[in-house]
Design a binder for this molecule. Structure first.
Ligand SMILES: [Zn+2]
Length: 1006
């Protein structure tokens, strides 16, 4: 899924289920620990029985119960031996309890499905009524009984269930009139809304190894709320049109039909859709048969049966879109469906083109064919996420898939590309092999996010995404979050349906990706690829947990004679929150020159108070280089397992610096003694190229964050970026600008702000003037695919820094562009910098410009342009206009629903709007929470965005008050916001003075 929020957990349920229902081809016999334990107790019991009769009796009673329990489950047919590891078996058994008292246990009261039945196939027939936005359905589920039970418990939410029947199939799943078959009498059936479940209680028990068929019919509404089977509208030739589409991940399939809505319950699906013939319908598989009714003229489309899959990536859509198509060399048909006007303008062609190349790329990389005969990409006007990877029918919000080459910037193109790369990766990681349970959602999201960079490098090798942009956009970004004490481990336990959205957070996506990248680098690409191939082949059409992955990767390493226990190493990183700061220093006890370094690891945390009682430790793959003004020598990998270690490396003297985490492949920060920082800074000033571009960006990010957390004096990062005039690469500039904007928001309301902005402008000026502005002559923007990405991005970065920190020439240029646009009514602003120019224009020019941009926002049809026009409106320093914008966003449908949050956040980034956004957010919380509450990611984005730059004692107090009065049920976003704002206030209290003091009188290098 293209974006979301999550914490760790012992993989109890997940792990067991995986083994339980792995495909029968993957037989992994295991003795379960629990059984062994029980047998030991038995033996012990009998031994004791010799001693005393009373004890014998007591023990016998206890053991007989245990024995029955054990024997019962063991004897359950259909288990085929490997029924799960001891851990999970235990927890499952405890939950369902013994058969005898199931009635009293009431399995529907447990948040997880009981596991006595397993769906094998669904026949699903849906009639869609677009005129009144309702649908009715019939589902027939073929069930295999694993443990005897009287209850069928499955998921259903907001469905009006009317008829229910259950039949037992004859031996071998034959029709019910065969021996042993027949109608099962239903005792009662009822919904259990607390767990979004539906219960069918039978008079008689269903028997293990037998097959049953559950038939249900139901009705429901096609809601206007982006979940389940929902509708949205768009206009075509000034006419309002509707479409209806599904979003089932993670737990909304149950809103469309009764089903076993947990990822482990894989089954095959045969879907039939019936609807008005003015619409077309799509689903995961191609249409197998289509017919028109003589009676009402309605069309019935029967889709081909799917392979085994989970409910959350089943999908269908009813719309009147058109498409363009292409075919891969291996015969897979790819179609892009969108509004007819978007299709005819060619806005879908780019995504179609890269999707074709990507299917080939992944087939080569994973050495596993794409599994379905076709892949449709559907561009919808409204969607709760950037995109959703439904197998064979992936759904994208228009802004993440439609590209108008004339007006789209390269960053828009890059973002769109990455979303497509991400969703296509999921066709393997997620759809073909699915995490056992949501606690390991990072197994699919971390991979898809990592492959965004690898796959984009395949499409555009010059972009160098995995070695460069990954650092700033993933690694640096997530270390900000994961350095908070309110963070959580990447694997986080969830049970209740309402908590599941929580696991889709940046920790799962970005930390997942960063850990996978670290591992890929430790293993080396060929072995990493080999391990992945083995993992996918072993678990295809099935589920897997993280231990399954670790074991395949370990096997790949062993095959080359490298003895690393990947599971043991990775558990430290996935089951513990946070990450370490590694401090490297030359060994002080020795005479110079020395060969020894001392390495120390500590849990990195922004809050100094939180660092007391730290006990976490990691297995760290550390690479170290030693260098001086003329040469650098990269050392081998050093594994750090202890808190403090000493290692021997190459010879060092007083002028030799140490550099850790080469190319920032590791997920940790590196600190040094002050003398070493000084040597590194000197190196950057005199000859930065000796240090790799990734490490230059890393030094900038580490130093700013170490200073922000109080591990380093405030002057160190400021002195370090003094080398920027020498910097010719995009990435270090990007790393610096991210850190500087962060500081900017902390400082923009302080009296001495000019000291800071002048310092930044001083670093930026020479490179900015040298790079200039992009030209916009004919031809230069014609093909952005060919543009030199690095140069364009650096130019853009410098213009943005210059304009936002107040470079006069930059301001004049932006104003000139806007004036030209207004007077000529021709937009000659290069697409790549339009957002900067619009925003600068709106902030500097009068109200007429705001109105002009507002008008353009309404008149443009290009989605990328619409988005930046809207954001530009938030740049005004006129609070009246900002207020008007906020009100219009929320209370009218002038602003697309998913963009409302961005409007509020952007107003909050504007120093003139900060109070306004903060006040507005609190006043409208009830409305916002009602609208975005269920898609928790949106809510947490909003909370984070509105609060992250609050930094006064007063604002902190207001935030605390807000949390107390209204913050119930907003998930982890509010505690996190509180910690961030506390950190901001603390920084002002402890470090601001030192920061400004350095700026007033920076010491010279030397
Ligand atoms: Zn995803």
């Amino acid at each position: 899924m293209g974006l979301n929020d999550s914490s760790p957990g012992a993989m109890r349920n997940g792990r067991g289920l995986s083994d339980q229902w792995a495909d029968s081809v993957v037989v992994r016999p295991r003795t379960t620990e629990r059984h062994i334990t029980v047998h030991k107790r038995l033996v012990l019991g009998f031994a004791l029985s010799i001693v005393t009769l009373i004890i014998v009796t007591a023990v016998a009673v206890v053991l007989s119960i245990r024995f029955e329990d054990c024997g019962d489950r063991r004897g359950a047919p259909g288990e085929a031996g490997p029924r799960g590891s001891g851990r999970s078996n235990g927890s499952r058994g405890d939950r369902t309890g013994d058969r005898g008292d199931e009635e009293s246990v009431q399995p529907w009261r447990n948040p997880r499905l009981p596991g006595s039945l397993r769906p094998r196939h669904y026949d699903l027939r849906i009639s869609v009524y677009m005129d009144n936005f309702t649908f009715s359905g019939e589902v027939s589920v073929e069930l295999e009984c694993l443990n005897a039970t009287r209850f069928i418990v499955l998921h259903a939410d907001r469905l009006e269930v009317d008829r229910v029947s259950v039949t037992a199939e004859g031996a071998g799943g034959r029709p019910a009139n065969r021996p042993g078959g027949g109608v099962m009498r239903i005792h009662r059936h009822f919904p259990f809304p607390a767990n979004q479940m539906y219960v069918v209680a039978l008079h008689r028990e269903m028997k293990p190894m037998r097959v049953y068929r559950l038939n249900m019919s139901f009705d429901a509404a096609i809601e206007d709320e982006l979940l389940g089977f929902f509708r949205s509208a768009y206009s075509l030739h000034r006419e309002r049109r509707f479409l209806a589409v599904t979003q089932f991940s993670p737990i909304h399939a149950r809103k469309a039909f009764p089903c076993f809505d947990e990822p482990i319950y894989k089954a095959t699906f045969s879907l039939t859709l019936r609807h008005d013939p003015q619409y077309i319908s799509l689903s995961n598989m191609p249409v197998e048969a289509s017919s028109l009714s003589d009676e009402d003229g309605w069309v019935t489309n029967r889709f081909a049966r799917t392979p085994r899959m989970s409910t959350y990536y089943l999908a269908w859509a009813v719309c009147n879109f058109t498409y363009r198509e292409t075919q891969t060399d291996s015969g897979v048909t790819i179609r892009l469906y969108a509004r007819p006007d978007a299709i005819s303008s060619g806005a879908g062609d780019y995504a179609l083109h890269i999707t074709k190349r990507l299917l080939g790329f992944y087939e080569d990389y994973f050495k596993v064919q794409y599994s379905l005969p076709k892949l449709d990409l559907l561009a919808v006007p409204k969607h709760p996420y950037a995109a959703m990877e439904n197998w064979g029918l992936s759904v994208f919000v228009e802004q993440k898939i439609l590209l108008d080459a004339e007006v789209s910037s390269s960053s828009y193109q890059m973002e769109l590309t990455m979303v497509v790369v991400h969703e296509i990766c999921h066709q393997w990681f997620g759809d073909l092999v699915t995490p056992v349970w949501w606690e390991d959602v990072w197994l699919k999201e971390g991979f898809a996010h990592f492959f965004e960079y690898v796959g984009t490098d395949f499409l555009f090798p010059k972009w160098n995404m995995e070695k460069q942009r990954f650092l700033t956009d993933v690694l640096h970004e997530v270390m900000l979050l994961d350095g908070l004490s309110s963070s959580h481990p990447i694997s986080q336990e969830v049970e209740r349906a309402t908590d599941i959205d929580r696991v889709f957070d940046w920790i799962a996506y970005k930390k997942g990706a960063a850990l996978i990248r670290m591992l890929a680098n430790v293993m080396g690409q060929p072995l990493f690829q080999k391990g992945l191939n083995d993992y996918l082949l072993s678990h295809m059409y099935s589920n897997a947990a993280r231990d399954d992955l670790w074991s395949k990767l370990s096997q790949a390493m062993h095959s080359e004679g490298r003895d690393i226990n990947i599971g043991e190493m990775m558990d430290r990183w996935t089951l513990q929150m946070g990450y370490p700061v590694v401090t490297i220093s030359k060994n002080q006890s020795e005479q110079r020159p020395t060969h020894y370094i001392t390495i120390n690891q500590k849990h990195f945390l922004y809050g100094e108070e939180a660092r007391k009682n730290l006990s976490l430790q990691w297995q760290i793959p550390l690479t170290v280089a030693v260098g001086n003004q003329s040469s650098v020598c990269v050392e081998q990998l050093i594994w750090i397992n202890n808190r403090t270690e000493t290692h021997r490396i190459g010879q060092m003297d007083d002028d030799t610096w140490l550099l850790g985490n080469i190319n920032q492949t590791g997920y940790f920060r590196v600190n040094y003694d002050l003398q070493n920082w000084k040597l590194l800074i000197q190196q950057l000033h005199s000859n930065p190229q000796i240090i790799s571009v990734g490490n230059r960006a890393g030094l900038i990010d580490d130093s700013f964050n170490l200073a922000r957390a109080g591990y380093l004096p405030q002057g160190v990062p400021l002195q370090l970026i003094g080398y920027l005039p020498e910097e010719t690469s995009f990435l270090p500039w990007h790393s610096a600008s991210r850190a500087l904007y962060q500081l900017d928001k902390l400082l923009d309301r302080t009296d001495e702000y000019r000291l800071f902005s002048d310092y930044v402008l001083k670093q930026v000026a020479s490179r900015y003037h040298q790079m200039g502005w992009p030209s916009n002559g004919p031809g230069t923007e014609g093909n952005i695919l060919q543009a030199s990405y690095q140069t364009e991005e650096l130019q853009r970065e410098l213009i943005m820094l210059a304009c936002s920190f107040g470079n006069k020439q930059c301001h004049r240029q932006a104003v000139a562009y806007i004036s030209d646009w207004i007077s000529s009514n021709k937009n000659r602003i290069p697409p790549n910098i339009r957002d900067i120019v619009y925003c600068t224009g709106v902030s500097l020019m009068d109200e007429d410009v705001w109105e002009f941009i507002w008008m353009k926002f309404h008149s443009t049809n290009a989605v990328s342009e619409k988005k930046i026009l809207l954001e530009a409106l938030t740049c005004s320093d006129n609070t009246f206009l900002l207020n008007r914008l906020l009100n219009l966003s929320l209370s009218s449908d002038l602003v697309p629903e998913q963009d409302v949050i961005d409007v509020i956040i952007h107003v909050g980034r504007n120093p003139q709007g900060r109070n306004l956004a903060w006040k507005y957010f609190r006043e409208k919380w009830d409305i916002l929470n009602a609208r975005y509450g269920e898609a928790l990611f949106m809510n947490s984005k909003l909370i984070g965005g509105v609060t992250e730059f609050l930094n006064t004692e007063k604002e902190l107090y207001e935030l605390k008050e807000f949390i107390q009065s209204s913050g119930v049920g907003a998930g982890p976003a509010l505690p996190r916001a509180l910690e961030i704002v506390e950190g901001n206030v603390r920084w002002h209290r402890l470090h601001r003075r030192q920061f400004y003091q350095w700026l007033r009188k920076p010491p010279s290098l030397g």
